[in-house]
Design a protein around this ligand. Sequence first.
Ligand code: ATP
Ligand code: MG
Length: 427
Amino acid sequence: EESLWAKGLEIVCKLEENGHKAYLVGGCVRDRMLGRSLNDIDIATSGRPEDVISLFEKTLPTGLKHGTVTVREDGQSFEVTTFRQETGYSDGRRPDEVLFVQDVKEDLARRDFTFNAMAVGMDGEIVDPFGGQDALRAGVVACVGEASERFGEDALRMLRAIRFAAEFDFLLLPEVWAGILKQRSKLKHVAMERISNEWDKMMAGSGPEQACHYLFKSGLLAHVKEELPEAILSAAERYRFNELSWEWEASLSTVGSLSNDFLQLPLIADVDLRWAALLSGMSADQETGIEFCRALHLSSRRTTRIAEVVGFNEKLSAFEEHELRVGWIKLALAYGSSIAEDWLVMNEACEEPLFEARGWLEELPITSVSELKLRGNELSSLLGKSPGPWITTLLQQLLEEVAFERVTNEKKSLVSAAKSLVGNLKS
Ligand code: ATP
Ligand code: MG
């Protein structure tokens, strides 16, 4: 941590020794002032990319067009970018022209928020022309320049504003909020991957509920490039928050004890389960979950997991209180123990979790067909039927029989259970 910053300073020194101006800039300066852990170090310099490449042993040309070279030192990456200005954002997402400049202050002027527009030099001097330190002290998100204009240049900044406000528990200045309301339709110019990446960071961060609150209240979601499921958009509009505690009022939801409940997203460590909780809190079903995750371009692996947890939760809501145990176990067997475990973790973030469910899972003699002492291909020859989808169905039934301890997990009893189940099917 300390060493990352120190190594960044070494790079700054080396650039200065070779006649270039250089500073640590942006997020790392902000995070250091806030006492937060640093994720990446950005360096700005008057040196040109070719100067940087010739000065350091290991470099990668990661963004030459924008003046960025990645310097590798001791297995760590440092982004070194030539001071630059940006002009003419005619498409609302990227500058038409990048212009290299000589003064760090000109470079800072292109940055989005005042607390992201500070630089620290090799002797520790702070360059803060827009009052970034004041904003940090006051706990506010303020734009460099006129908010609505800056959001018009690059619509992603609206999401960044929300992310920082939620992450640091800062206030969006009234003109920043007004700028978002004015420019929100420009979000349609932003690639879905970038939107998704920001929202995902918000969900993983320390203020996912505040972030969603701002996202929903701003009306931004209606303007994302790829349409989100109607069910989610309308739920977002109806969503109620407990403004005082920022707890997620999952009153529509069935997460937990099938009653009105508060759901606290920060209690869930895994970001995908936070997504599942968000969607469950909006009464989404599995299909809606899939549609939503696909619209956000989440990986298929994440999509499946999130949607299955959502589906598990939604199907559970169909059971009456007295059938809850049986229903829960059936779902655990259908979805598998890993999704059942995920549901339990999500459920524990509720005000009244269904604590017994963990015991139900632990008491099951087996949780998957792979543990059955009878294989699918054996079934086929034993019953003299050609293989087909019936095998999967039958194995799943046998799994339930064993899980509910109506049949023991031994070949002989499984075979006879299989025979009678197939007999039942025929009749
Ligand atoms: P984090 O790394 O926590 O996401 P960050 O502020 O470091 O936050 P980066 O995307 O790493 O964000 O960008 C580094 C710096 O580049 C920012 O601090 C800001 O000065 C500038 N910057 C990034 N994105 C934009 C943007 N869309 N508009 C203007 N400046 C930006
Ligand atoms: Mg950063």
